[in-house]
Design a protein around this ligand. Sequence first.
Ligand code: PGA
Ligand code: ZN
Length: 423
Amino acid sequence: MSKSIIQQVRGRRIWDSRGRPTVEAEITLADGSVGFGLAPAGASRGSREAVDLRDPGKKLGGFDIVGAVANVNGEIAQALIGLDASDQAGIDARLIALDGTPTKSRLGGNATIAASLAALHAAAASARQPLWQYVAQGRAVTMPLPEIQIFGGGAHAGRRVDIQDFMVMALGAKSFDQALEWTAEVYLAAGSLMKAAGKQAGVADEGGYWPLFAANEEALEMLTRAIAAAGFTHEQVAISLDIAASEFGSNGRYKLGLESRELDTSGLIDMLGKWMAAYPIVSVEDPLAEDDEAGLIEFTRRFGAKVQIIGDDYLVTSAERVQHAAGAGACNCALIKLNQAGTVTETKAALDAAQAAGWNTVVSARSGETEDTSITHLAVGWNAGQLKVGSFSRSERMAKWNEGLRIEEATRAPFAGRGAVFR
Ligand code: PGA
Ligand code: ZN
């Protein structure tokens, strides 16, 4: 019997960075190798992404996942025991067929991604390779450019500001290590400026400052000042935004709650255009809502040559949707989230589709995270070019950045840097 045959699958309830329950799967192989898969959880979710199965009723705020854990211990365990963990495509095909729904709503995307990821880790352990090396399959790897949040907003900060993520990218850094150091300087500088201005109220879900701004644009002014105060030029450190427009708009109407005003699609595009002219913005995610394809096409037509335009809610880590969007001319970069797809194989297929279209790719965490560092390994091993994990505080974030330092030291791989965004 092959040493990587799955012998045992166990599910258990663990807790995420918001203190909510989430699913862990543990898979043991014939040779004793063990792998763990921990499901993250989003708060600003695309409507087409894989669904987290949550128990009915009010216990734990309606977030309990006893049913999803039971699915791992029951149907999923039965289906996977006896399969070879080194055949990730076969395992994931089995999970997809077993669930039988387009959004994994029967077994739960939280159950399937935990099992899929546990199998991948077990297979890497059996091959006696770190995960980045196992998934790289002998290809040369690159260290990803980090995209790091300084201010949190939207669904991650009680909608205190409408825009969800105000981030920086250390485009001019020469290594992953240096990119983190530069970002730490900006994070510190922003903290001091916020404190002095009386605008800081703790940290948001992903560890960025919870800002008390009177207008969304104030965050851009403050962030630009923080970059300067930390001593960097805009060639060295630039701004990246996740507008997460699906959270405040649909049917071509966008409500900026903080500023008590409503914009239509072209109004929002014009506002973002003004911001891009006034501030050193190099990347914009979900500038229009997921249902506003015409808006996304128009935005990409106007700005796609100058800035990176990332699809998250609109693309939901689906190879099919990436191919469709590339054909339609909407976006030029895909956000890649494991639990949006629900299996490792489908996640990789979306990344491959984006790279085949000549797009950039960003492997991303969710706002609800765990200590798991898989995505750092996948961003390296899959040569994604970029990694988005949230801010520069809270250990569910720092675990992923710190793992990148270990991988950089082990691989001595070149740093993707500016070339990950501008090719
Ligand atoms: P989420 O947000 O994990 O809460 O969905 C992250 C993002 O929009 O990129
Ligand atoms: Zn997003």
